[in-house]
Design a protein around this ligand. Structure first.
Ligand code: ADP
Length: 609
């Protein structure tokens, strides 16, 4: 693919996306640009007609008609402009958000692997950074539409109104420069000057943009760091005085202020040069038109018309060329967005429905499962094989980093095994319909999130949760007492940020909500992956025991690095450095004094003896 084609197709692709995501805004942007560009031509044209009339026959009827057309026409056009512009600004508010929602929606549906992929994260941060700092990328293209339409309409209209200037000549003969101006080919000199000016201004503006963007690239690392710091900003950083460090970092390392000052300096320098060149050309053209009046080939009113239209023609052409240059330059940022949207989705989605068995005889088996995270070359899991049946309580224990969470991620199909298979009733889990398969798991992960929505939305994971069921699950999860204290009940928002009646919850209360959420989903398999890691061992054990009572006959998988929490399970799988080193119940495992389980049990015994 040659470069020109790819630049063009990228811009076309960008516009296709814009028309898909915010069609109404794009439509009103085009209509309003056309109207706003055409309107100023009307008084210019009418004034030229009136002056021509004044300098020739001076007919009062004709003058009155011209003035009336000017006044009424201008009034009507102004009303139209107002209506169109209101529509434009109404949709303008939505357009920016529509693009963000589109990206968020894509992110929600993307393959899970990408959410943990640092390269994908970096790409996303780059897209946001460029959009926010320099308005580059899809936003640039979106707002460029108005400039594009304006310059095209300006060029077409002013060119048609100016054409007569070049072709009108006087029959009288002149000498010297007037003789040259009176020749039809004299406009070539004007044309050459215009092309020259446009080329110079195009080069200048490209240079200007390049400089600003180079400048931005220098502070990009700082911006990425800042975004990362902001997302991990919390009370601990506040108490430990990290806040000041962050502020200092923002001022000194990222040097945003100096970046803005430097960028301003560059644009002012290039902006002035561009204006000087354009003014020189305008003066030259004004002289040319004045020459045409001297040769009597045009009237005095036309002078006004031509000066205005030619100025608009020059600005139109130079704006268009600059815009094309800047859009081509913008393509490198637009490409980042499409690289993001083009991330291949090679998930094997499967088609088989999950068998609904009346005997509840489901069996999950890991057969020689090994797994490496993408872009890593160590085995997070190696040759893991084991079976468990529905209704069983399985515990997965092991030290931090031994592969417990990874095992659950494979089981719930967030990742696929690198080697080996996982089966449900003898069938590779890959073959089941992806959404249906995921619906049979309720997982409370270590990093469960409670969102700044209502309790109801957080528990039901929907905007129309079943209220009675939500309340029942909250009570089961031990949140009942707290709920009674809340005047707005389950409609209480979990933040004070945008609701004065909102609440902030303690870690333990949030855990209860996360557990209520798992109960609400009512899936046949429930997984508790150390959501209690911040609790002490005894409290953790209590949560596990209580959860065990709540899940009743469901299949439950408990994960913990604290062995005491899972002692009650039918089967305990011990992971160590990605390998399954022991399987059995507590009494069996603890007997082997050389085993990992025994070692861990003794090491942790101080907490629960
Ligand atoms: P555990 O749950 O037992 O604490 P994990 O399953 O989270 O352990 O991690 C197992 C290993 O895989 C660790 O070495 C960890 O650093 C690594 N790991 C976990 N998540 C990722 C990831 N997204 N990318 C690369 N490596 C990872």
């Amino acid at each position: 693919m040659n470069k020109k084609e790819s630049n063009f197709s990228l811009i076309v692709r960008g516009y296709k996306l814009l028309f898909k995501v915010c069609p109404k805004f794009m439509k009103w942007q085009i209509i309003s640009s056309i109207i706003n560009t055409l309107i100023p031509f009307f008084p210019i044209y009418m004034s030229a007609m009136i002056i021509n009339e004044l300098s020739s026959s001076k007919s009062p009827e004709r003058l009155l008609t011209l003035v009336l057309i000017t006044v009424i026409g201008f009034l009507v056009l102004s009303i139209i402009r107002k209506i169109v512009n209101v529509q434009y600004s109404l949709h303008n508010n939505y357009a920016y958000h529509s693009l963000s929602y589109y990206m968020l929606d894509y992110q929600n549906k993307m393959k899970y692997t990408y959410l943990e992929d640092p390269d994908v994260e970096k790409l996303k941060v780059q897209i946001y950074n460029y959009q926010n700092a320099t308005g580059a990328g899809i936003n640039k293209l979106m707002y460029a539409t108005s400039v594009l339409v304006t310059s095209i309409v300006n060029i077409i209209t002013s060119f048609s109104l100016t054409l007569s200037l070049f072709i009108t000549t006087s029959k009288e003969s002149y000498s010297g420069i007037l003789n040259f101006i009176n020749k039809p080919y004299s406009f070539i000199i004007v044309l050459v000057m215009m092309i020259l000016t446009i080329t110079i201004s195009m080069i200048l503006s490209l240079k200007c943009q390049k400089k600003i963007n180079n400048l931005y690239q220098e502070i990009e690392r700082g911006n990425t760091m800042l975004m990362n710091v902001m997302s991990t900003y919390g009370y601990s950083s506040y108490i430990n005085g990290m806040n000041e460090v962050i502020t200092d970092l923002e001022v000194s390392v990222f040097e945003r202020d100096s970046f803005i000052k430097e960028a301003d300096k560059i644009s002012i320098k290039y902006g002035i040069s561009l204006k000087i060149i354009e003014t020189l050309l305008t003066v030259l053209i004004m002289l040319y038109i004045a020459g045409k009046i001297c040769t009597k080939s045009i009237m005095i009113g036309d002078y006004m018309l031509y000066v205005a239209t030619i100025t608009k023609l020059i600005t139109g052409v130079s704006t268009l060329i600059n815009l094309i240059g800047s859009l081509v330059y913008n393509n490198q940022f637009l490409k980042l967005l499409f690289d993001y949207y083009d991330l291949p989705d090679d998930r094997y989605l499967g088609t088989l429905p999950i068998e609904k068995r009346s005997d509840n005889e489901y069996e999950i088996e890991f057969k020689n499962v090994s797994f490496k995270y993408p872009k890593t070359d160590f085995w997070a899991l190696k040759n893991v094989s084991f079976k468990f049946k529905i209704g069983e309580r399985l515990a997965i224990v092991g030290m931090n980093g031994s592969g417990k969470t990874t095992l659950i991620k494979l089981l719930s199909r967030l990742y696929e095994p690198t080697e080996g298979v996982i089966t449900l009733n003898g069938i590779d889990i890959k073959k089941y319909d992806y959404d249906e398969y995921q619906s049979i798991f309720s997982v409370v992960f270590q990093d469960f999130h409670i969102f700044a929505f209502s309790i109801n939305d957080n528990v039901s994971c929907s905007l129309n949760g079943d209220r009675d069921k939500v309340i029942k699950c909250l009570e089961q999860a031990g949140f009942g007492e707290k709920l009674k204290e809340l005047p707005n009940g389950i409609e209480t928002i979990i933040t004070k940020l945008y609701d004065n009646d909102g609440i902030e919850l303690s870690m333990g209360e949030k855990q209860k909500l996360a557990i209520a959420r798992a109960l609400y989903k009512d899936a046949p398999f429930v997984v508790l992956d150390e959501p209690t890691a911040s609790l002490d061992p005894i409290s953790e054990q209590e949560v596990y025991n209580k959860f065990n009572e709540m899940v009743k006959d469901k299949t439950a998988i408990y994960i913990s690095h604290r062995l005491s929490s899972c002692r009650f399970c039918d089967k305990i799988a011990v992971l160590h450095e990605g390998k399954l080193v022991q399987v059995g119940n507590h009494d069996e495992l603890v007997k082997d004094e050389k085993s990992k389980y025994f070692e861990l049990w003794n090491a942790q015994a101080q907490y629960y003896n």
